[in-house]
Design a protein around this ligand. Sequence first.
Ligand code: SAH
Length: 347
Amino acid sequence: MKELIEQLERHHTLDASALEQLLEHATQDSDTLHYLRTTAVRTARKQFGLGIYVRGLIELSNYCRCNCLYCGLRRSNHTAERYRLTQEEVLACCEEGYRLGFRTFVLQAGEDATHTDEWLLPLVSEIRNRYPDAAITLSLGERSEASYIKLRQAGADRYLLRHEAANAELYASLHPYGRGLAHRLSCAEALQRAGYQVGLGMMIGVKGQTVKHIVEDLKLLERMQPEMVGIGPFLPHPATPLCDEPAGTLSLTLATIAIVRLLLPHALIPSTTALATLIPTGRTEGILSGANVVMPNLSPSSVRAKYAIYENKASWGAEAAEGLAALENELHNIGYHIDYTRGDFQR
Ligand code: SAH
């Protein structure tokens, strides 16, 4: 396996069967996983040093017209207590975030039908005017190409739209009421055309997903060359059809993050909240697999628990914006520190 990992480190590509072999071995043999992660960390350090970028995550709304089987925000979850922030509340989050040192704001939400261009454009413009040196990232799901273009012109720099599954059948099984994989990918391409730094990604261990499916995800990432890649374990939510499914495993999640780092050495890869929710040391384990971004929660504390895409989602301590000291301490213990710059994609 050592040779395969070194080949991947040098050439940033491997064929599908070698990737499959590597993933299988990395989850069965701790020496292979260790060597893979060490190699990924070396690659990340060459690009980013020991600095970890932080992004302030603002969860605008948990209303959603979608019905994704895995997600606690799905429209059929009638037990969810819905909320929506006002523009003033969002701006107050930005103000607090800027004061704390954040230079990227991530505006994420369910697909809330009230988030029309008319509502969003003045908000994005206002954040852009108030904080000219901060990056604005949107994560608002599938929209029209015209809308993506207008939001980009209003000042948004980046857009997170995980592809969720590169295999069309798996995608359809997880999103039986969705518009399909081809539509999701056409949105990602529209975002690339509009000049966004684009984030793709997928959950690990979601129902029906095999190692072969993950290999298809890796090949899609290699083909599309996204600037950002979000990867976390699937975590069951009690009020969804996948409530009784097991969570994704730590070893497969870390192996996948490490391989993505070697495929895309310049990519911005968060150590996700899902990983930090799976196990208490998840955040640092992600960084020690090649991740280089953390996204603490900047949402008002009164709504944080309500943005429950899965059960027991971490939003306190080092996952919280006001817990930056705790995060700095965690990073310090593994030899890293927070990098407070905007952290744009650079080749
Ligand atoms: N509505 C936006 C944002 C979705 S939430 C969009 O469609 O892009 C961000 C990500 O959380 C999703 O892309 C999904 O990959 C992840 N997610 C949702 N439910 C999850 C679960 N139960 N376990 C782990 N991750 C989940």
